[in-house]
Structure formats: structure tokens, C-alpha cells
Design a protein around this ligand. Structure first.
Ligand code: ATP
Ligand code: LTN
Length: 331
């Protein structure tokens, strides 16, 4: 039987947080033995909003290092930088001649991100999902492990692949989203009504995977909760519900088990204290390994370069097949 192909991406925009970790990265690490795995630092996606070139360059290497520290194993998975494989940009053009403005207009991430942009909204922010579809379709991906917020983009990818195949013949494989049961949508600790995000301001918004134990404690203890005491999952109380979601993602407990565990707690303080301990211990090995790997950036660069070289032929073959099907090129 053909092996599954897992592909996923992360923007190298700094400060990886527990939403990224529980929503995506943890699945990438634990699934490595079951499929062909390709993980991508999507630097071209990062350019859809303003970036400082020197900071972006540094963050590409930092993000790669964190992923390796989290357990991405170069013997089992390819880890590469999107702009190192030219075919990503190339296929995006062909997909932009298949997808419609109406399809892109329905993307909720564009609506949210374009509203938060002061001044001009870049064309790339609007066409962002076409580049993401190209990322996925280039490698005949079968599964895409992501957080809940990316589900709509994967549905669009399937629509584009289906449209292309129906018009030009079978070239693309239709991918499935793989969204975890727990941790698929972690909310901000300073505001549990917004998704935890790398780019959100505020030092108590997110627990970053490289935070010190002291910083984790400060952020979790200051998390916004309401004035109640009951530790229950309740949509009307998003703060405590979010803390329970983080507890479940970190321990593997179901929401019912988590509620039972905290049934005799004296208030939110007990839940927060326990969560601090759990997060400190969960993230400790990652932080320690990151410190070792950061001392050796040339090894990390080598992994990125070799991965890009290894996967380029797959990407080339897909673009050539798409071009042939569409009738472009000198033949
Ligand atoms: P940015 O704020 O820079 O847009 P982000 O925090 O949304 O970044 P991405 O690099 O866009 O992070 O996403 C990487 C992966 O992490 C994706 O699979 C995404 O679904 C997942 N993810 C991001 N935020 C969360 C969250 N709050 N909860 C669960 N998963 C998340
Ligand atoms: N759009 C994603 C990042 C991303 C991605 C991908 C995820 C870019 N290309 C391909 C999965 C597959 C995000 O903003 N989190």
C-alpha cells in the first residue's frame, strides 16, 4: 500500500507558542513513523505582512531549531524553507488561473488579517491560500496536520485540486486535514475570545515554548478568568474553558476527566498552579535541546539545505505534469 504523505507548514514569524505546539507541532512529531513527512518554514507566506529582513532571516533559523528541538527527526522527516524550492511560487501561478476571486473572498483568515493591517493590504495576503495550496499539492500530500484555523484553507486546496483535475485530467491528490482532538484552538491568555497568535502584542498573551519557568508562571497566573469558582467547560466562561483545553492538550485527559480531576479544587488558582507545573515539565526538554542546537547553526542549515534538495524532484515532477495538462511550455 502507498504510504501516506504528511505535509505541514509554519510561518517563521518568531515566538512559537503552545497553540502552535499543541495544535500542530506535537502531531508532526508523534506521527513521524507512520508516513513520509515534509515540514516547511513558509517564509514566502510571512512576507504577506511587513517584515524586517534581518529579523526574518534570523527567525527562519530559530524556528527550524525549535522544530528540531521539539523532536522533528531529520532521519524521518524533511524540514525545509519554502523559498528554497522555486516550484512553490511557480505552481501558485497556475493555481491562480484555476481558483476564483469569489473563493478567496470567502476566506475568514484574510478578513481578520486584512482588518488588522494598518495602511495597505498586500495582494499576497489575498492570494495567500493559493500559495498554501501549492505547498500541499506539490508533494501529493494525503494528510495535513494543522490547528482548527487552517481547516478552511485545506478545504479550498481540495476544491482547487478537484477543479483542476476535472478540467485538465488527474494531476493532484486530494489532501485531508488532520486536526487534533485537544488543543486545536488555544485562545489568548490575556483575552480568551481571540486565538493565541505569534504576532499578537502583549507579554501575557501567550506561553512561548522557549519561555523560562518563571515567565510561564507569570503568564499563566495572570490569565484572564471570570469571577466564578467552578472548574467546568462552559462556553459562557471562555477563560477557564481555555485553561482546561490547555490542560487536556498537555495531559491527554478528556474534558470530563479534567473536570473530575478539579472537582474538589478551591478555585481557579489551583487549576493555574497545576497548569504551570505541567507546562514547565512538558516544555523543559524542548528548551534544553534548543539551547544545545542553537550552538550549532551550521548543522541546522545543512538539514534545511539537504531537505530542499531531496524534495525538489518531487515538486518539479508535479509542476511539469500540471504544465503538460494545461498545455503550456515548449513541450
Ligand atoms: P501568526 O500570528 O504569525 O499568523 P500563528 O500563531 O497563527 O502565526 P502559524 O505559523 O500561522 O501561527 O501556524 C502554525 C500552525 O499552528 C498551524 O497549523 C496553525 O493552525 C497552528 N496554530 C496557530 N495558532 C494556533 C492556536 N491558537 N491553537 C491551535 N493551533 C494553532
Ligand atoms: N497557512 C498556515 C501555514 C501554512 C501551511 C501550509 C500549513 C502554509 N502552507 C501548508 C499546512 C500546509 C498558517 O498560517 N498557519
Amino acid at each position: 500500500m502507498a504510504r501516506n504523505v504528511v505535509f505541514s507548514g509554519i510561518q517563521p514569524t518568531g515566538g512559537i507558542h503552545i497553540g502552535n505546539y499543541f495544535g500542530a507541532i506535537k502531531q508532526w512529531v508523534t506521527g513521524q513513523d507512520d508516513a513520509e513527512n515534509i515540514f516547511c518554514l513558509v517564509d514566502m507566506h510571512a512576507l504577506t505582512v511587513p517584515q524586517d529582513p534581518a529579523a526574518l532571516r534570523a527567525q527562519i533559523l530559530e524556528t527550524a531549531t525549535v522544530l528540531l528541538a521539539a523532536g522533528i527527526d531529520p532521519a524521518k522527516s524533511r524540514l525545509f524553507v519554502q523559498s528554497d524550492v522555486r516550484e512553490h511560487g511557480e505552481l501558485t501561478w497556475y493555481l491562480s488561473c484555476v481558483g476564483s476571486m469569489g473563493q478567496l473572498n470567502r476566506m475568514t483568515q484574510f478578513k481578520e488579517k486584512s482588518e488588522s493591517q494598518k495602511g495597505e493590504v498586500r495582494v499576497g495576503l489575498f492570494t495567500y491560500p493559493l500559495l498554501m495550496a501549492a505547498d500541499i499539492l506539490l508533494y501529493k500530500t494525503t494528510h495535513v496536520p494543522v490547528g482548527e484555523d487552517q481547516k478552511q484553507h485545506i478545504e479550498l486546496t481540495r476544491d482547487l485540486a478537484q477543479r483542476f483535475n476535472a478540467t485538465y485530467g488527474e494531476v493532484f491528490v486530494l489532501p485531508e486535514p488532520a486536526i487534533p482532538k485537544a488543543g486545536a484552538r488555544i485562545m489568548g491568555l490575556d483575552d480568551p475570545t481571540v486565538k493565541m497568535s505569534k504576532s499578537a502584542p502583549g507579554s501575557y498573551h501567550a506561553v512561548r515554548v522557549l519561555d523560562s519557568p518563571d515567565q510561564i508562571k507569570k503568564t499563566v497566573m495572570s490569565a484572564q478568568t471570570d469571577s466564578g469558582r467552578d472548574i467546568r467547560v462552559d462556553p459562557a466562561r471562555p477563560g477557564v474553558t481555555n485553561l482546561l483545553a490547555i490542560y487536556c492538550a498537555a495531559t491527554g485527559a478528556t474534558p470530563e476527566e479534567a473536570e473530575a480531576h478539579f472537582a474538589s479544587a478551591r478555585g481557579y488558582g489551583d487549576l493555574k498552579k497545576e497548569l504551570v507545573e505541567i507546562l514547565v515539565e512538558t516544555l523543559r526538554p524542548l528548551r534544553e535541546r534548543n539551547a544545545e542546537l542553537s550552538a550549532d547553526p551550521s548543522t541546522v542549515r545543512d538539514i534545511l539545505r539537504r531537505s530542499a534538495e531531496a524534495i525538489t524532484p518531487i515538486a518539479r515532477e508535479t509542476v511539469d505534469a500540471a504544465k503538460r495538462a494545461m498545455g503550456v511550455g515548449s513541450g
